[in-house]
Ligand binder design. Structure first.
Ligand SMILES: Cc1cc2nc3c(=O)[nH]c(=O)nc-3n(C[C@H](O)[C@H](O)[C@H](O)COP(=O)(O)OP(=O)(O)OC[C@H]3O[C@@H](n4cnc5c(N)ncnc54)[C@H](O)[C@@H]3O)c2cc1C
Length: 230
């Protein structure tokens, strides 16, 4: 088995619940048809399929707020949000770090550990509850609300607004920063003054975005920046 490398990809499709009965009539064929309906989707050979298609309906958005004494939750056990947004793995690792930071100084005393877990729960609420609320709200299948339309359209026209939305999408800032009065006012200004400026500004803004990306600190460091495996 030396030097044998395995490359696996997970393929997933998501669609409104009212399409479920039709989809279930032939899960395998409909799964492939949905993938092949994606523009430029690379050809997938069904012979390479490693497992049967697994389905999930009514995947709950879950937040366990108050663990009983002596217990702490991290990862999906603490906060499990709609997987559409790809937050779960990053949150699980980040929560583990927050939990370790909050409880490490308390070892040796059950009471202090519970207090540390309480501080960890406060950190979760402060950093993730806004994101969790917005993700859960959007997972109902609703369309964008006016504030989302405003901030996202500003992001398509302006480097500062784009950077803020990128940070929000990467969950490296609390959701309230996107909705702060200054950010919303900036988005309004960008949208009101956008006509005629957006095209001319593209090159300049791309450069500004690259500069910002190079200097911004992610919530979770990229794998390459972490210690190499022995
Ligand atoms: C379809 C889908 C797509 C997703 N896409 C993304 C994505 O693109 N990006 C992203 O960041 N996240 C994504 N997620 C979410 C991500 O997979 C989870 O948030 C993440 O795996 C949570 O990690 P965890 O360690 O908390 O739980 P898990 O990864 O679920 O690990 C829990 C483990 O505990 C084991 N276990 C359970 N009960 C017992 C028991 N009694 N004894 C022993 N072992 C037990 C389970 O078998 C499992 O291996 C996706 C999720 C789904 C369903």
């Amino acid at each position: 088995m030396n030097n044998v490398k395995f490359n696996y990809s997970i393929l997933a499709v998501m669609f409104p619940k009212d399409q479920t009965p039709a989809f279930k009539q032939d899960v395998q064929a409909n799964f492939l048809a949905k993938l092949q309906g994606v523009p430029d989707f690379p050809r997938f050979d069904p012979d390479d399929q490693a497992s049967k298609v697994l389905g999930l309906i009514d995947y709950a958005n879950l937040w366990r707020h108050r663990p009983p004494p002596g217990l702490a939750f991290a990862g999906d056990a603490a906060v499990a949000a709609d997987p559409l947004f790809g937050t779960g793995c990053g949150w699980a690792l980040q929560e583990a770090e927050w939990l370790a930071d909050a409880t490490a100084p308390a070892f040796g005393s059950d009471r202090e550990i519970d207090e540390g877990v309480g501080r960890y729960c406060s950190t979760l609420r402060s950093k993730l509850s806004g994101h969790f609320f917005l993700i859960s709200d959007y997972s109902t299948g609703r369309p964008f609300n006016p504030v989302e339309k405003l901030t996202f359209s500003a992001a398509a026209r302006d480097a500062r607004a784009a950077h803020l939305v990128a940070q929000f999408g990467a969950r490296s800032i609390p959701a309230r920063r996107l909705l702060a009065p200054g950010a919303v006012a900036h988005a309004v200004r960008v949208n009101l003054g956008a006509a005629g400026r957006s095209g001319a500004a593209v090159v300049k803004e791309n450069r500004a975005l690259l500069r910002r990306r190079a200097t911004s600190e992610p919530l979770v460091p990229p794998l390459a920046a972490q210690a190499p495996r022995p």
